[in-house]
Design a protein around this ligand. Structure first.
Ligand code: NAD
Ligand code: ZN
Length: 374
């Protein structure tokens, strides 16, 4: 009887394999000052006194009070990392080699504290510590065989959704591509809006707009479904409150942190769209960072996202943000070719934005023309 039952249930599962079965962050703590609980959260995860926690902290916090609040014990290590450049596969490999060299035991866990850059580094390092080879070997979809070691994400700036996503975006020798896997997602996230207090205004805007653009691209996409819509609409409402209304700063910090979370959840079960596909090209060729890159592109996408671009322009002017101009004015034809190729390689994003027929809608010539306006 039992056997039959098992066989039957296997059958039921195999019939439904067209639905993706996504992991979520199993534990999250939210609230002003919640960072102070990090030590007690990590305690039960410490395997023994030789298995350290490795803290990767954005070097903005070097010599600031947060660096003194890291709950170091035993042989734990605190590593400061610059977020001036987006994470690279070679950087992940170097960190993993350093950790393996310095400690006899595998760490108890990795804690990433910072923006999308630090969160992605923490995810990637925790995967590579328990999987052989190089980070570049795992860029793609579902290539990670063994679970990552325990990893915790603590965002200090809101917008990317990297705190909830199952990817870590890395620039490799050949491509900028995420390690998309069930093992990438954090085991624990700490959402303490106070940590975002020191974010400079322009950076606040650009990273916040990453969230806004996630919402628009998800909600306007052909992949939209009730799951994504429910999160996307909530995130969009929160973005409108934060960027178009006048709330006290503390309330706005809370709202943007939750907008980022919901925006990330929204794209889990759908995809981003044209701004992201084009921004990847800008980033690959010119090293332009994700948040500002999305904004540079999005301003020119009114024919695809009319309502979204209208709102975006209102937000820009309300916060008096001056975006750089002429980014693509001195590029050669071969530069454009590179960006167009990188961008058109993001098939799922284009299909989400424009439908199955996207290749006949977004030709290389049309895409180059869009780039040339930036
Ligand atoms: P970031 O981590 O690149 O940091 C941007 C700047 O803000 C840096 O100078 C940093 O030092 C500073 N900063 C961060 N917190 C601060 C604070 N509290 N006070 C003062 N300064 C602070 O910014 P981001 O926009 O959050 O992340 C961009 C990265 O995220 C890109 O590498 C992108 O590829 C990645 N990303 C990942 C995902 C994902 O799902 N994994 C999604 C979107 C973007
Ligand atoms: Zn994004």
């Amino acid at each position: 009887m039992k056997m039959n039952y098992n066989l039957e249930s296997k059958e039921t599962i195999s019939k439904n394999t067209s639905y993706r079965n996504f992991p979520m962050v199993p534990r999250v703590i939210f609230g002003k000052g919640s960072f102070s609980q990090l030590g007690e959260i990590l305690l039960p995860q410490r395997r023994n006194s030789d298995a350290p926690f490795i803290f990767l902290l954005d070097d903005f916090f070097e010599n600031r009070s947060l660096a003194n609040e890291i709950p170091l014990m035993f042989n734990d290590e605190l590593i400061f990392i610059s977020a001036d450049e987006e994470p690279k596969t070679a950087q992940v490999d170097a960190l993993v080699a350093r950790i393996r060299e310095n400690f006899d035991e595998l760490p108890s866990g990795i804690v990433g504290i910072g923006g999308g850059t630090l969160l992605d580094l923490a995810k990637a390092v925790s995967i590579l510590l328990n999987n052989d080879g190089l980070a570049q070997d795992y860029q793609g979809w579902d290539l990670v065989q063994r679970p990552a070691i325990y990893h915790v994400g603590v965002p200090t700036i809101s917008g990317t959704g990297a705190e909830v996503s199952r990817t870590t975006v890395l620039l490799g020798p050949e491509k900028k591509l995420g390690i998309n896997s069930d093992h990438t997602t954090f085991d624990q996230v700490i959402l303490d809006p106070d940590l975002t207090q020191t974010v400079p205004k322009e950076q606040w805007f650009y990273t916040g707009m990453d969230c806004f653009i996630h919402c628009i691209e998800s909600l306007e996409g052909t992949y939209l479904n009730a799951f994504s819509q429910s999160y996307g609409e909530k995130a969009l409402d929160l973005c409108k409150e934060v960027f178009l209304e006048d709330h006290p700063e503390e309330a706005a910090r809370d709202m943007l942190m939750m907008a980022s979370w919901h925006g990330g959840m929204s794209i889990a079960y759908s995809q981003v769209g044209i701004a992201h596909a084009m921004s990847y090209g800008l980033s690959y060729l010119l090293g332009i960072k994700h948040g500002i890159g999305n904004c540079l592109v999005f301003q020119h996408l009114e024919e695809f996202y009319p309502e979204g671009v209208k709102l975006f322009n209102q937000m820009l002017s309300k916060h008096n943000i001056q975006m750089p101009k002429g980014i693509c004015s001195n590029l050669s034809q071969s530069d454009f070719d590179t960006m167009v190729e990188v961008s058109l390689g993001m098939c799922a994003l284009w299909e989400n934005a424009l439908g199955k027929d996207w290749k006949s809608i977004m030709t290389p010539e049309r895409l180059q023309e869009l780039y040339s306006r930036i």
